[in-house]
Design a protein around this ligand. Structure first.
Ligand code: ATP
Ligand code: MG
Length: 429
């Protein structure tokens, strides 16, 4: 195939054999969020570039090197969204739905775009389920977000494979004081830092904390600790969060180096990490961003949220073999009809059955074919039962009912009794 007709590197098709697992995952999350009282919001995939620069921060990896930015026909600079928080904040401000302290508990799902080096668990178009809560400033809501994800890992069967890492970045004032102390300390050891960290020391010094470079890590051992700079309010908030996680029995580890890539976080930050996916170990990450809405031109409005990467969760389910058996079966019943008359009768019969059993997954053979070839297709479809309509069945106004998996003889069922019979033998999802 010529180059121009291939998908863009790092942007994947999700093929029919994969979509059942995606839908199962998305459905499980959606139901859980519904049950906790969160409402879905849908934002455009493209926004003005300025939105991301203002919210994510000019000196973050995303804005510096990962955005898909282009000029549209009006000469406006637009960007494919690299994350969801910025657009969500823009949307709530634009529609005034957080004004006057109104609480909003929102979630969204969809593709995000970052120009990164594609590898397992890291793509250029990837999908997130994200969640943002506005105007609740206590640790109870931070705890609820974590509790919901903990429940989700339980439902998905991956709880044992993920670990919660927690930190508090404090308020912007306490973080400012800490930043000064850190810069002072690191400046003394400037020559021992790797090149990236030397640059970050000037642009975004807290990011030096999550360096992967061993020499820089050695320098950091004696660096000032963020926890020592936390103001009283942040400390109480953090204690409140930990008390709630303890009450529910959710284990966590404190990671003082967890700073997150984005500029806008304050107080709580957390990540759910796994060692099952190689280098791409974070499956869900989030935190509190009390200053962001104001920074984006709104009235002071607190916020807290997280985002999880769907591709990484899909990989987890595959790696840990936590794929529920029922999702791999797409067809309950397959109807084979032989001859034109039987085909017409079969079609009408199928529609009558669907009227009575709207959740039945009933596939009607298309493309005619011999008895043998239709039967092969029925078997391949994964259906539990085949329905057979030939000359004999037509004459008697019955349908042959044949179990395809396991025992059971073929029997004849009257057309009028078919739906009732199917209702007893197919568990409908
Ligand atoms: P990482 O450190 O892995 O680059 P991040 O801190 O950039 O992640 P966030 O911006 O917090 O990630 O996004 C939340 C989640 O989205 C991540 O924890 C991850 O599961 C997923 N994610 C982020 N970037 C990608 C990507 N390029 N491909 C696939 N999933 C991603
Ligand atoms: Mg990243």
């Amino acid at each position: 195939m010529s180059k121009s007709l291939q998908a863009i590197r790092g942007m994947n098709d999700i093929l029919p054999e994969q979509t059942p697992l995606w839908r199962y995952l998305e459905g499980t999350v959606a139901r859980l969020l519904d049950n906790y009282g969160y409402k879905q919001i849908r934002m455009p995939i493209v926004e003005f570039t300025e939105l991301f620069k203002r919210s994510i921060g000019e000196v973050t990896d995303i804005v510096e090197k990962e955005m898909y930015t282009f000029e549209d026909r009006n000469g406006d600079s637009l960007t494919l969204r690299p994350e969801g928080t910025a657009a969500c904040v823009r949307a709530v401000l634009e529609h005034g739905i957080t004004g006057g302290g109104q609480v909003q508990k929102l979630w969204y799902i969809g593709p995000m775009f970052r120009h990164e080096r594609p590898q397992k668990g890291r793509y250029r178009q990837f999908h997130q389920i994200g969640l943002e809560v506005f105007n609740l400033d206590g640790p109870d809501i931070d705890a609820e977000l974590i509790i919901m994800t903990w429940r989700l890992w339980g439902e998905l069967g991956i709880r044992d494979a993920v670990k919660l890492e927690l930190n508090s970045l404090g308020t912007s004032e306490s973080r400012g004081r800490y930043r000064e102390a850190l810069v002072e300390y690191l400046s003394v050891h400037h020559d021992k830092l790797d090149e990236d960290s030397q640059r970050r020391l000037k642009t975004n010094p807290l990011r030096v904390l999550d360096t992967k470079n061993a020499d820089t890590q050695a320098v950091l051992v004696d660096a000032p600790k963020m926890a020592d700079y936390l103001d009283e309010e942040s400390r109480a908030h953090f204690e409140g969060l930990k008390a709630r996680l303890d009450a529910v029995g959710i284990p966590y580890v404190l990671n003082p180096k967890l700073v997150r890539g984005l500029d806008y976080y304050s107080k709580t930050v957390f990540e759910w990490v796994t060692d099952k996916l190689g280098a791409q170990g974070t499956v869900c990450a989030g935190g509190r961003y009390d200053g962001l809405v104001e920074q984006m031109g709104g009235k002071p409005t607190t916020g807290v949220g997280f985002a999880m990467g769907i591709e990484r969760l899909v990989l987890m389910l595959e790696t840990l073999e936590q794929i529920p058996e029922e999702i791999s079966r797409q067809v309950d019943v397959y109807l084979c009809a032989f001859g034109e008359e039987a085909e017409l009768a079969g079609l009408a019969l199928a529609e009558r059955v669907r009227d009575q059993l709207p959740n039945l997954r009933l596939q009607v053979n298309a493309g005619a074919g011999s008895f043998k070839s239709q039967f092969k297709k029925a078997d391949k479809s994964g259906a539990l039962y085949a329905l057979i309509l030939g000359d004999d069945e037509m004459a008697q106004q019955v349908v042959g009912f044949k179990p395809l998996r396991g025992q059971g003889e073929q029997q004849s069922i009257a057309w009028d009794a078919l739906a009732a019979h199917l209702a007893t033998c197919v568990v409908q999802g």
